[in-house]
Ligand binder design. Sequence first.
Ligand SMILES: *Cc1c(COP(=O)(O)O)cnc(C)c1O
Length: 241
Amino acid sequence: MAVTTNRIEKNVQRIREEIGEACQRARRHPDEVGIIAVTKSADIDTIKNLLDAGLTELGESRGQSLASRAEEIHAYLQRRRTPLPAPVRWHMVGHLQRNKVKSVLPVVTAIHSVDSLRLAEELQDRAGRMDRRVDVFLQVNCSNEEQKYGCAVGAVFHLGEMIASLENIRLVGLMTMGPLTDDPNESRMAFARCRELFEEMRGERVGDDHFRHLSMGMSSDYVPAVEEGATLLRIGTALFE
Ligand SMILES: *Cc1c(COP(=O)(O)O)cnc(C)c1O
C-alpha cells in the first residue's frame, strides 16, 4: 500500500529538524543541504505522494527502474492539475552498467555512481549524440572495507581530472557510501575522508565551478554526513517509515 502524503510530510519534517540541528553543530546553513528521495522501495502512488509532499529530486538505484518510472511519472505529470514547487529531476544513485546508459540518459539529470573511465567515456559518447551535457559524481570508496563499487581513494584525483576534461560531462562532485555497519562513527570517518578529497580537488580547480557537491548520507547516517559537509543526502526508508 502507498505511503500517505501526510506520513511522508511528517517524516520530512523530522529529518529536516535533524538536518537543522546537525547544521548548527557544523556551522552550516540548512539551505546547503538537499534531499534526494530514493524511490527504489516505493510504489508509483507513493512516488506521487512524495511529489505532493514537495520532494521533486528523485533517485533510483537501477537503470531499468529509473527509465520506466521516469516515463510513468512523466505521463502522470502531463495529466496533473496542481503545479509542483520545482520540476521533477531524476538521479541515478546506484551502479550503472554501460549497456543501460542509452536508456537512462534521456531522462536522468545526474549520475552519482561514475567510478571508471570506461563508464565516463560511454556517457560522453551517448551524451554527445544527444547533444547534451550530463551532471556526474565520481563515486569513491572511502571506507576501509572491500566495496564492490567506487574508485579507490588514491585514484580519485587523476580519474576526476580525466572525467572533467570530457566536454559532454559536467563533474559536479564526489559521492560516497558509508561502510556496511550500523555504527555512525564508521560512516563519519568515510565522509570526512571524502570531504578531504573534495577540498583537495577543489583547491586544484578540478571540474571548475561546477564541482561543488558532496553526495553522501542515507537513512542510517545522514546526520554525520551533514556534519561532515554533505550537500546532497540520498534518503529512502526514513521517508517511508
Ligand atoms: C537505496 C540507496 C540509498 C537510500 O538508502 P536508504 O537506506 O533507504 O535511505 C541511497 N544511496 C544508494 C546508492 C542506494 O542504493
